[in-house]
Design a protein around this ligand. Structure first.
Ligand SMILES: [Zn+2]
Length: 148
């Protein structure tokens, strides 16, 4: 067998695909031939690099998850914003209607009118407060992501 024949066996040797006879024959040749040994080292390095690239794949998946996370956060923030705006709009409309009915209804006592008005006003303020809090955390999160 010539060196070229042995070099053709190197890849199979590293993959463990050679027969016992081929393996022993090649190993005997490698002990005496530095040229084929160098070739083998070259293949080993190539395999090491290939393995490294293969090991990087999970990191790519992590990046996907990371960007997916940002998207999810934006989606949730948008959801909160729409929910807040809708809640305030409905509350203002409902509150306005309720107050109008309340004030025009002579059977409801004055103190009860004030109580219900205060309740509606309080709820509206709470909603605005929660929405502002959400918006604050949203912009806070967003700037943190940009810095990264
Ligand atoms: Zn050789």
């Amino acid at each position: 067998m010539t060196c070229k024949d042995y070099k053709d066996l190197l890849m199979g040797y590293l993959d463990g695909e050679l027969s016992q006879e081929q393996k022993q024959d090649l190993e005997k040749h490698l002990q005496t031939c530095s040229d084929c040994r160098q070739e083998l080292e070259g293949f080993r390095k190539l395999i090491a690099i290939t393995d490294e690239v293969t090991l990087r794949e999970p990191e790519d998946k992590l990046w996907d998850q990371y960007w997916g996370g940002i998207y999810n956060r934006l989606e949730r923030s948008l959801g909160w914003m729409l929910f807040g705006i809708a809640a305030i709009a409905l509350l203002l409309y409902g509150g306005f209607e309720a107050v109008k009915t309340l004030v025009n209804d002579p059977t409801i006592g004055f103190m009860l009118k004030i109580g219900i008005c205060a309740l509606i006003g309080g709820l509206a303020i709470l909603f605005v407060s929660v929405l502002r809090e959400r918006l604050f955390f949203w912009s806070h999160d967003r700037y943190k992501d940009v810095r990264r």
